[in-house]
Design a protein. Structure first.
Length: 284
């Protein structure tokens, strides 16, 4: 299992890193478009659609992203869209998680499918816009989610259950603890203020998200990164809820040793649009 995970991770890095650092954003945006289409296929399967309908969902997702690209949206300010997307994730995510696993399958299947496809489209648009802004900016968002996940894992292993007598969401993801969440937040705070310092020390041409938000003050930066870390947990729990409702462990087997594409990007789905919302607000 570990060997499979390592091989899959190396293959993905060999594909994604050259595209990420290529002088044009186009290769990276195209690769992520294909990954989002695969995630849409997984989403349809998780919500009870058959092979043909799931393939159509993946194709529709790819067409929606490609059309948005062709229409020139990657270079356009979309402050209103990101504000609406952020509000939808905060309110909708809280509502879905509060209602729990059993309630998910009670929602009309078409609405479940449409909501997932919209969320995936927004994630692609956000990551593509972030890459257009600059590699340093995009990486500052991606690394925040990875650091939150890594610190949460180790904090949960080391301190889980020692300070809180209740699990984070026992009916959705029994292994997650409040100590893990707090550990993830500590990790992203260290990352954010360290990265902001590095931006200044190295005089980067494209500031990170932390420098952009930090223009409005260190207090706002602290609140923003804790908020993003919390929403990455919401994205993770949201996908776990859908998988538990479908009775599966992984969204698919597309990434040997890692599960499916959704399993790798779940925490990014709310974080990317919200990061773009913060960027839009702080830029004005």
């Amino acid at each position: 299992m570990l060997k499979q995970r390592v091989i899959t991770a190396l293959v993905l890095l060999l594909i994604l890193l050259p595209a990420l650092f290529y002088h044009s954003p186009a290769p990276f945006c195209a690769i992520v478009l294909l990954l989002i289409a695969a995630a849409a296929w997984e989403w349809a399967r998780l919500n009870g659609y058959g092979p043909a309908a799931s393939l159509l969902a993946g194709l529709a997702s790819a067409i929606a992203c490609a059309a948005t690209w062709w229409l020139g949206a990657l270079e356009q300010p979309l402050a209103l869209l990101w504000t609406l997307a952020g509000a939808a994730w905060v309110l909708g995510g809280a509502w879905v998680l509060h209602r729990g696993v059993l309630a998910w399958s009670g929602h009309p299947r078409a609405i479940r499918l449409a909501s997932g496809l919209v969320a995936l489209w927004l994630a692609w648009l956000a990551v593509a816009q972030a890459r257009v802004i600059g590699v340093n900016f995009l990486l500052s968002i991606l690394v925040l989610v990875w650091v939150a996940d890594i610190f949460a894992y180790f904090a949960g292993r080391a301190f889980g259950g020692r300070f809180s007598h209740s699990k984070l969401a026992p009916s959705i993801s029994p292994g997650k603890s409040w100590e893990g969440v707090w550990g993830g937040m500590v990790g992203v705070l260290v990352l954010a203020f360290g990265w902001r310092w590095a931006d200044t020390a190295w005089v980067v041409t494209v500031p990170s998200l932390y420098s952009q938000v930090g223009i409005k003050g260190g207090g706002l930066l602290l609140i923003a990164v804790v908020f993003l870390a919390a929403m990455s947990v919401v994205g993770d729990l949201f996908e776990s809820l859908v998988k538990r409702s479908a009775g599966v462990k992984d969204s698919s087997g597309l990434l040997p040793g890692h599960g499916g594409v959704l399993d790798r990007v779940d925490a990014l789905l709310p974080t990317l649009p919200l990061a773009m919302m913060l960027y839009s607000v702080c830029k004005t």
